[in-house]
Design a protein around this ligand. Structure first.
Ligand code: BTN
Length: 318
């Protein structure tokens, strides 16, 4: 572990208390100059450390920074390789490059901010600094798991937010998570095919969660449809990131399709609701009737005909 990481770990362990430079130097077995350099580097990385002459350095309790050491405090999932970047275009793009270069399953790319966060259907995902968790998990799944990577992410986000002490959440088929009737998370899964086996070489599952409300509120164009889930929760971003990964890898490693479908259905809120099914051929009003064992949505149209949707867009009619 680098000196910088060790300093951050020590400050994380004593959050809210000042630790002197001399103590850090002695505990870590480095010079005070090395401590000072490490602290400066952390501050340049965006970690909001307070420094007070005569007292030392402190990571305030109120600081909601996302750091590797912070996430690891709550992480139970084993064997993950967390990579945190200050600002990238899209964590999915970074993850795809790393995976193509051989990064192992369980590598997770985080960014404090994304300049070109990608949503589904070519949309943008609003990713301001200091308030969200933007992360992409690299997976090399067996064929039985491929169709479930996104469903699993929706379940992991919904359960993870609650475990972190956030709001109650519900899943809007297929992969949006809602709280208080508004969207709090989006998921974008991309995969690269392995033409020899007919499976996938790797998949990246990108997850964007509005953990706390951005300073100044959400952008006007999403203000009415977006919400945050952990305002007021201490160390919320690290907790949410870790808990989502804990749940994801619990279900991914002990993969059980039927159990997953059961949990997914129980957490979903569309069943029984009037919806609009959006297709390239046009929009149609329907009622969401059920979610089957493969997490497909069964809809019934006005003429009584039914369709099983495996992917696509549906919107709620209010
Ligand atoms: C959607 O709601 O349409 C999907 C949004 C997915 C956003 C996440 S944020 C982390 C990862 N990186 C991206 O560029 N997109 C995903």
């Amino acid at each position: 572990m680098s000196t910088k990481s060790e300093i951050l770990k020590a400050l994380e362990e004593r959050r809210g208390q000042f630790v002197s430079g001399a103590e850090l130097a002695s505990v870590l077995g480095v010079s005070r100059t090395a401590v000072w350099k490490g602290i400066s580097a952390l501050m340049r990385d965006g970690v909001q450390i307070q420094s007070r002459s005569g007292s030392g350095y402190m990571l305030p309790k109120s600081v909601n920074t996302l750091t590797q050491q912070g996430i690891e405090r709550y992480l139970c999932a084993e064997g993950l390789d967390l990579r945190i970047f200050k600002k990238v275009d899209s964590t999915n793009n970074v993850a795809k490059r790393l995976a193509a270069d051989g990064a192992k399953e369980g590598t997770v790319v985080f960014a404090l901010e994304q300049s070109g966060g990608k949503g589904r259907l070519g949309r943008r995902f609003y990713s301001p600094s200091d308030c969200g968790v933007y992360m992409t998990v690299i997976l090399r799944p067996s064929s039985e798991k491929i169709a479930y990577l996104t469903v699993l992410a929706a379940v992991a986000v919904a359960e993870g937010i609650e475990r972190a002490g956030g709001k109650n959440t519900a899943i809007k088929w297929v992969n949006d998570v809602y709280a208080d009737g508004k969207k709090c998370c989006g998921i974008l899964t991309e995969a690269v095919a392995d033409l020899e086996t007919g499976g996938v070489e790797f998949a990246v599952v990108g997850i964007g969660i509005n953990v706390t409300e951005p300073k100044g509120g959400f952008a006007p164009e999403i203000r009415d449809i977006a919400t945050s889930v952990c305002d007021g929760v201490e160390d919320a971003r690290n907790k949410v990131a870790a808990e989502v990964l804990n749940v994801y890898f619990d279900y991914y490693n002990a993969f059980d399709r039927d159990r997953l479908a059961e949990i997914y259905k129980a957490k979903s809120f569309l069943i029984g609701r009037e919806i609009t099914v959006v297709k390239s051929s046009g929009e149609k009003t329907a009622r969401a009737v059920d979610i089957d064992g493969e997490c497909h949505l069964i809809v019934e149209y006005k003429d009584g005909s039914r369709e099983i949707l495996s992917a696509g867009e549906v919107s709620l009619r209010v």
